[in-house]
Design a binder for this molecule. Structure first.
Ligand code: 8YV
Length: 323
């Protein structure tokens, strides 16, 4: 008998067809009413879930008695209660690697946009305010040759560091749990404490996963350690930053600006950040290119198929559940 897959987001119709060759596939459809109700109704029959953007733990999965695997179409897996997955023996997979370069591109776009005021000046020009040659009130900050601080030198952090070092001649500092000798060799990157990085970097890029240790890693104290001319860039997860403290720091000039792709609460539909010209606010689009989202979904499908066919999936987050 075919196993059942509940494809709750990110899976295109051709991908559903691919899955249907092997599995019964249930796809909640907004035209048929409440998506969450359809999700909950399908859960007891599901052997596999695939998608992203849903918090999943005991409260959501208690009725999913047949569940073997959750294949997340994301690299981050802070939406999932891993302890509960492990207790239930549910495999969790993610999609590393395929989004590294797109997310690094976006990180760099935020650096450039915040420093050179790209979004702000675009809005200003379109509002018909360009009446004379611009003066100091509209000057930005240089990027080339400035110091780049990477908080969390994983794959995405390294890809941002490469752009900075090789493209913009930026000295690279990095902090985190482990030293990366190969990157020190390749990029001349210097390992240091978070405090040192905050005090020295012109651009502080947050690229850490969200965990109990990284929740509010950057708060009032850390923002005060930064240079007044520095920028905070966040392409990781919103709760890594104490957003209220960041708003204050941007308002009172503790730091020069911020480039943000992620927020404590998403989607962000109203926020004091929207009143701040020195904050670039993007709607969580780090991996949102057509090519990358397609690659992520395909990688997630491969993981799902492997797990449901009894083969160890390539991107297994919790190997301890695999027998
Ligand atoms: C996506 C991401 O938005 O992969 C991640 O961890 O943050 C982004 O690529 C993701 O699918 C979460 O919705």
């Amino acid at each position: 008998m075919k196993k059942t897959v509940l494809a709750f987001s990110r899976i295109t119709p051709p991908m559903v067809e691919r899955l249907q060759q092997t599995f019964n596939v249930i796809v909640p459809n907004p035209k048929l009413g409440d998506i969450s109700a359809q999700f909950n109704e399908a859960l007891p029959e599901a052997h596999g879930l695939i998608g992203a953007g849903r918090k999943l733990g005991q409260a959501q999965l208690a009725t999913a008695a047949k569940l073997e695997v959750v294949s997340s179409v994301s690299v981050g897996y802070d939406n999932y209660d891993l302890a509960y997955f492990n207790e239930r023996g549910i495999a969790l997979t993610n999609t590393p690697d395929v989004l590294t370069e797109s997310t690094a591109d976006l990180g760099f776009a935020l650096i450039m946009s915040a420093a050179r005021r790209v979004a702000e000046l675009d809005a200003w020009t379109k509002a018909g305010q360009w009446q004379a040659t611009v003066g100091p009130a509209h000057f930005g900050s240089d990027v080339f040759g400035k110091t780049l601080g990477i908080v969390g030198m994983g794959n995405i952090g390294a890809a941002i560091a490469r752009r900075g070092r090789l493209g913009f001649n930026m000295p690279v500092l990095y902090s985190g749990n482990s030293r990366k000798p190969a990157l020190e060799q390749e990029l001349g990157a210097q390992y240091c404490s978070l405090e040192h990085l905050l005090a020295e970097a012109d651009f502080v890029c947050l690229v850490v996963p969200l965990t109990a240790q990284t929740q509010h890693l950057i708060g009032q104290r850390e923002l005060q350690l930064m240079k007044p001319g520095a920028f905070l860039i966040n392409v990781s997860r919103g709760p890594v930053v104490d957003e209220a403290a960041l708003v204050q720091a941007l308002q009172n000039g503790t730091i020069r600006g911020a480039g943000l792709d992620v927020y404590e609460k998403e989607p962000l539909s109203e926020s004091p950040l929207f009143q701040l010209k020195n904050a670039v606010t993007l709607p969580h689009v780090g991996s949102a290119t057509a090519e990358t989202r397609e690659a992520m979904a395909n990688r997630a499908i491969d993981n799902l198929c492997s797990a449901l066919n009894g083969e160890r999936p390539r991107d297994l987050v919790n190997p301890q559940v695999w027998k």
